[in-house]
Design a protein around this ligand. Structure first.
Ligand SMILES: [Zn+2]
Length: 86
């Protein structure tokens, strides 16, 4: 699950500003990514990206505080860079 191939987007925690990786088991369409962007902009550590029962609840998730990525990796995350922090 927590691999680069499943990384779809990035966001920052609204509380601590730490970058977060948004993962999805499924490939997302552009419309779906647009649906994810808004809740992701309000994401804070520990909270699910979507409420339980939402159609994306089990599909689109944000890796919590244990995963941090640095700015250069945001542009081009590599599998090794991501795995090193999981
Ligand atoms: Zn945080």
């Amino acid at each position: 699950m927590w691999i680069q191939n499943n990384a779809r987007s990035f966001t920052e925690c609204t509380e601590c500003g730490i970058p977060r990786v948004i993962f999805s088991k499924k490939k997302l369409t552009e419309d779906q990514i647009a649906c994810v962007t808004e809740p992701a902009s309000m994401y804070s550590c520990g909270a699910p990206l979507f409420e339980e029962g939402h159609e994306y609840y089990d599909i689109v998730v944000v890796r919590r505080c244990s995963l941090t990525v640095s700015k250069p990796e945001l542009k081009a995350p590599t599998e090794s860079a991501l795995e090193a922090r999981i």
